[in-house]
Design a protein around this ligand. Structure first.
Ligand SMILES: [Cu+2]
Length: 151
């Protein structure tokens, strides 16, 4: 079956809209217990910190402002935890499938970890992204850092 570009775009939009509604609904239920509250980070004015399972986790992205299709350096700091060898950041768009995009984090001393990655340009024009720390040995709850990118 041949699908025109227009149809494909429409399909993407419908899919996006329904996933967005679904995630909006789950956000509402999550806000009830005060947990799962998403932090919106302003990386243009500095790093972003969250307490995840009692540990202070900080994320910074450079260079600033954070732009799409540009090599970015992601720096994560985890306070009060032993050195981690298998941490990564999972980059996603809230409510949209954008493929697998992970940044491997390498220890840089003093609880700091860094890695390089690229945020692609979304065909929908939306700019909201999330970066989630995946730390299998620390078993931290996967709490996303939410932020906007510039085109
Ligand atoms: Cu997208």
């Amino acid at each position: 079956m041949k699908v025109s570009l227009g149809q494909r775009f429409m399909l993407h939009s419908i899919l996006t809209a329904s996933i967005f509604l679904l995630s909006a609904a789950s956000d509402l239920s999550a806000s009830g217990d005060g947990k799962g509250k998403e932090v919106e980070c302003q990386f243009s004015s500095g790093a972003c910190s969250m307490i995840i399972d009692g540990k202070e986790v900080t994320l910074d992205i450079t260079p600033k402002p954070v732009k799409v299709m540009k090599e970015l350096e992601f720096t994560v700091t985890v306070k009060g935890a032993a050195k981690q060898e298998r941490m990564k950041l999972r980059l996603q768009m809230p409510g949209m499938m954008m493929g697998n995009n992970e940044v491997k984090l390498t220890p840089a001393g003093d609880g700091r970890y860094s890695g390089k990655g690229v945020i692609p340009k979304c065909p929908s024009g939306r700019t909201l992204w999330s970066a989630t720390l995946v730390a299998p040995e620390l078993k931290l709850r996967e709490e996303p850092f939410i932020f906007n990118v510039q085109y």
